[in-house]
Structure formats: structure tokens, C-alpha cells
Design a protein around this ligand. Structure first.
Ligand code: UGA
Length: 415
């Protein structure tokens, strides 16, 4: 095995959210990093220390890493690296994963370096690493990522586990050595298992959220029921655990929707139907309608202004990809509601009337919806009706309609 903790020269191709965080953490662990991206403007910005991602702790970590990362748009800069990470996006097209960016990047690497070991961190369907190996002859390791936006630096330094899939010991050793500083449990396995672990994990987490959201729907029909208490009681069972049992507007973000689509489509291609994951996707899609229905029950006048608090897909990020808040706004606009929105870090969105503060949003709207769980929404003061789609507020107040509770605020006091 390579000397434990020995430092390396590592390439990172794709400096989006995950790629940049990976490059920064590897550099701060003492490695030399070559960061490559085909986006000229992004590279120019990074060279000038400009990062366009809102992520707690990122700026400090980036400044610390800056001197140890060589940013470039040129694949030739990777010629002396023996380990190159692929962290490019893998979107879905018509529900099917699009692997073009992965194959293009690896093709470009091979032109300047045909001896490097490739490490795929992009989320790819099982069999992809093997296909890359067969096409290029390069050694390919699968090393999926499990970081959460809003907590990315911490998650990368303190992961719950590191999954490494490869077909030979030398490649497994190389990647294990690179991440040994994290002291996390390591699973060494086949490429296919590593690729599957990523999809199965994200699909399971998405299912957990949809499960609790479905029970939340039921709670709304049962006198004295409240999903927060039900989830707490369930989560104390160690076999269930307290995480990802927060009922709300439904899951958003670039990963869960894309990955559940790609995974179910991949399975169907093998003539297997992932019934549970498909049901979770359907439940999630229905969340928006349920929240709009709550508005409709309260007001039958479309001339009112609906104020939406939060646009990001969750708190502590400026990412609005597949955001449920955004989908809610678009669907309400389609139904001719006038919507105003406020987010602490997202200031401009095409086609949406944005206001500059939560106070302004409250003042200029007739009814409010909390769509992202930003800390600053916890102490909202208003007598106007608020639909709390994130369960952040004190429900004892008369003007709060909380999801997942029966009779809204008319619950009985438990002594
Ligand atoms: C998710 C996974 O949690 C990561 O492990 C994975 O690495 C990442 O996708 C990825 O594949 O790149 P992320 O999308 O950043 O991470 O965010 P999460 O914290 O998982 O939240 C996803 C969505 O679920 C958010 O919209 C959040 O508000 C929602 N959520 C989460 C709930 O509605 N309830 C919960 O209990 C938890």
C-alpha cells in the first residue's frame, strides 16, 4: 500500500460546487491540486479569488487553499498528475442520465496523460466506470460523494464513510491513502457497488422524506395529530433515526430529483421497477399542489399578493436548482396569483418579483408562505396569515397554518 497519508499531486476536472470543495479540502490537507474547468470565466474568477457559491466556511477554506491550487482551462496542465478526479455534472435528459460531460472530460485527459488513474466522483449509473476503462484503457476508480450543500466543507473533512470502488488493489490503495486524513470508515469494493451505493443512498434519503410527508398529509386529517411529534417519536428508535424526517415542502436540489429519475430509469432499462422510489418521486411532486390548496382554502381571491419567503432549495445555500420554492412560485403564477418573493441570499430571479427584506415581503403581501427554512424566518412578527411549509414557527399563534398538523392551530394543549 502507498505510504499512509503521503501527499500527492491530484487533478480535479470540473470546478462546480462539489469539484471546488473537493479541490479546496485536498489542497488544505497538503496535496498539490490542479483544478481544470472548461469555463473560461469561472477559471478567471477563481484565479482572482472570486467564488460565486454561497456556502458557509467556503471563503476561508478557499483563501487557505489558494496557493496550493493551480487553476487552468488547459487539460495539458494535468500531464504530471497520477490521480485525476472527474467531478463534472451528469444531468438527466428525458429522465435518462447524460454521460457526455464525463466521457468528453476523460477523452480530453487521455490526450495529454494516458497513464493517470481516473477517479469518478460524478454520480454515474452502475457500469459507467467499467465502460470508461474499456473505452480508454485507463484505470478507473469510483469514489462517490455524499456531501450536503450548506455543510460541504465539514462533510468533506468529516465524512460518515468513504466508498472506493476499483478492480485492482493499487488503485484502491491510492484513493484510500488520499483520504486517510479524514479517519472515516472506508469501504473497498467493486466499481459497480460504489456506483450503486451512491444512487441507493440518495434514493433512500428521498424516500424517507416522502414517507414523512405522506404521514404529514394523514396527520392533517386526524384530530390532535402533529407530524413533528410523530417524527420525533419515530426517530428515537435507533433503527429509524431522527434524520431526514422533517416534513415540509418536499425535497429539491440538484441531486435527489436528478438521481431518483436516473436510477429508476436505469432500473427500468434492466426490466426492474423501483416501485418505492417511484412512489417517493410522485409524493414529492404532489407537495406543491397541497401547499397551493392550503392557500386556496384560505383565500378565494386571486387579486391578493402571496409573499414567498425563501427561494433556495434549502437554507445556507444560494442554489435554486430544482427548488420546490421556485416550483411553487411558478405554479402559483400559472394560476394567476400575484407573487412577491424574498430570499436572504438570492436577490434576482428572472420572472419573479423580488423584494429586499422579509419585512418588505410581509408588508406588501396579503398572505405568506415560508418555503425555505432560513434562520431569519424564525422570528417573523406579523398578524397576517402564514403558511409554514417548513414547520419553523410557534404554532400556538392564531395566524399560523402549519403543514402536517390537524385543524391547523386548533390543537389541544398537552399538559
Ligand atoms: C443530498 C444528500 O443529502 C447528500 O448526501 C448528497 O451528497 C447530495 O445530495 C448529492 O448527491 O450531491 P443536498 O441535495 O445538498 O444533499 O441536500 P439535503 O440536505 O440532502 O437536502 C435535500 C432536500 O431535501 C432539500 O430540499 C431539503 O430541504 C429537503 N429535506 C431534507 C427535507 O425536506 N426534509 C428533511 O428531513 C431533510
Amino acid at each position: 500500500m502507498a505510504q499512509k497519508g503521503a501527499l500527492m499531486k491530484v487533478g480535479v476536472v470540473g470546478l462546480g460546487y462539489v469539484g471546488l470543495v473537493t479541490a479546496i479540502v485536498l489542497a488544505n490537507a497538503g496535496n498539490t491540486v490542479i483544478g481544470v474547468d472548461i469555463d473560461n470565466e469561472k477559471i478567471a474568477n477563481l484565479k482572482n479569488r472570486i467564488v460565486n457559491i454561497y456556502e458557509p466556511g467556503l471563503e476561508g477554506a478557499f483563501n487557505q487553499a489558494y496557493d496550493k491550487i493551480n487553476f487552468s482551462i488547459d487539460y495539458a496542465s494535468l500531464k504530471d498528475t497520477n490521480l485525476i478526479y472527474i467531478i463534472v455534472s451528469t444531468p438527466t435528459k428525458e429522465g435518462k442520465i447524460l454521460l457526455d460531460y464525463v466521457f468528453d472530460a476523460i477523452g480530453s485527459i487521455k490526450n495529454s496523460n494516458d497513464t493517470a488513474t481516473i477517479v469518478i466522483k460524478s454520480t454515474v449509473v452502475p457500469g459507467t466506470a467499467r465502460r470508461v476503462h474499456e473505452r480508454t484503457g485507463l484505470e478507473v476508480v469510483s469514489n462517490p460523494e455524499f456531501i450536503k450543500e450548506g455543510n460541504a466543507i465539514y462533510d468533506t473533512i468529516h465524512p460518515d464513510r468513504i466508498i472506493i470502488g476499483a478492480s485492482n488493489k493499487k488503485s484502491l490503495d491510492l484513493v484510500e491513502n488520499l483520504w486517510s486524513f479524514t479517519k472515516a470508515p472506508i469501504v473497498r469494493t467493486t466499481n459497480e457497488n460504489a456506483e450503486l451505493i451512491k444512487y441507493a443512498s440518495n434514493s433512500f434519503l428521498a424516500t424517507k422524506i416522502s414517507f414523512i410527508n405522506e404521514i404529514a398529509n394523514l396527520c392533517e386529517k386526524i384530530p390532535n395529530a402533529d407530524i413533528e411529534v410523530v417524527a420525533k417519536g419515530m426517530g428515537l428508535d435507533k433503527r429509524i433515526g431522527p434524520y431526514f424526517l422533517k416534513a415540509g415542502i418536499g425535497y429539491g436540489g440538484s441531486c435527489f430529483l436528478k438521481d431518483t429519475r436516473a436510477f429508476t430509469n436505469f432500473a427500468r432499462g434492466l426490466e426492474e421497477k423501483l416501485n418505492i422510489v417511484e412512489a417517493a418521486m410522485k409524493v414529492n411532486n404532489d407537495r406543491i399542489n397541497r401547499i397551493i390548496n392550503l392557500v386556496k382554502v384560505e383565500v378565494d381571491d386571486k387579486n391578493i399578493v402571496v409573499g414567498v419567503l425563501g427561494i433556495a432549495f434549502k437554507n445556507n445555500t444560494n442554489d435554486m436548482r430544482e427548488s420546490q420554492a421556485l416550483k411553487l412560485i411558478k405554479r402559483m403564477q400559472e394560476e394567476n396569483f400575484r407573487v412577491k418573493a424574498y430570499d436572504p441570499v438570492i436577490k434576482e430571479v428572472k420572472g419573479i418579483e423580488m423584494v429586499h427584506s422579509k419585512e418588505e415581503c410581509i408588508k406588501t403581501s396579503n398572505i405568506l408562505i415560508i418555503a425555505t427554512e432560513w434562520e431569519e424566518f424564525k422570528d417573523i412578527k406579523t398578524k397576517k396569515l402564514i403558511i409554514d411549509a417548513r414547520r419553523m414557527l410557534d404554532m400556538s399563534k392564531d395566524n399560523i397554518i402549519a403543514i402536517g398538523v390537524s385543524g391547523y392551530n386548533k390543537k389541544e394543549e398537552i399538559l
